[in-house]
Ligand binder design. Structure first.
Ligand SMILES: [Zn+2]
Length: 204
């Protein structure tokens, strides 16, 4: 097993097939402890299904899962804002292992490099595919962009619904949690406001 950070940055190095068997075995016990009938045809293969699903949903933890992001020289000396908005994502909250999902909006103002637009969605997906907190997801995307792209600034806004808030506990269906992370020139109020204004504008 590798050392894991509190944020769960890497998965253990067991082969996937061994891991699926292990997770399924534990999940089978959970089903039994809940008093359910493991012979029920709808439950019989559930442990393996759940195990495979977790590996899929937590793919961002696997070695080599980091997206290959190509940066291009900013030959046009573009110095205004680049925004990729309404990037859909699905994740599972670290606290309850139930889904939270919504949209990420990512903006940056380049220096010497620009990034392919589709890559911002890949970066969001990479960090969403792990047990996550919305706050941390927002920060990780901003940090990645700031470190790899070295822009004048970057800002990430995430709007999401958390099923652990809607289905259980305080049961507030429809509540939306909004988080933001800011680097560089987006600390300037006018820049931040330009981004937020452009977010409000309806798309094509
Ligand atoms: Zn939760």
């Amino acid at each position: 097993m590798k050392n894991r950070t509190p944020a769960g940055e890497t998965m253990p190095t067991l082969a996937d097939t061994d891991r699926i068997q292990d997770i399924a075995g534990h999940f089978r016990k959970i089903i039994a402890l809940l008093g359910l009938d493991l012979e029920d045809p709808n439950l019989v293969e559930t442990p393996e299904r759940v195990a495979k699903m977790y590996l899929e949903l937590f793919q961002g933890l696997s070695d080599g899962a980091e997206p290959k992001v190509t940066f291009f020289p900013n030959d046009e000396h573009y110095s205004a804002m680049v925004i990729e908005k309404d990037i859909p994502f699905y994740s599972l909250c670290s606290h309850h292992f139930v889904p939270f999902y919504g949209h990420a909006h990512v903006a940056y103002i380049p220096n010497a490099s620009i990034v392919g637009l589709s890559k911002m969605a890949r970066i969001v997906e990479f960090y969403a595919r792990r047990p996550q907190l919305q706050e941390r997801l927002t920060e990780q995307i901003a940090r990645y962009m700031a470190e790899k792209l070295d822009p004048q600034g970057v800002m990430v806004v995430i709007e999401a619904r958390h099923l652990c808030v809607e289905m259980r506990g305080v049961k507030k269906p429809g509540a939306v949690t909004v988080t933001s992370a800011i680097r560089g020139i987006f600390n300037t109020q006018s820049v931040r406001e330009e981004f937020l204004d452009l977010l409000d504008r309806r798309g094509p």
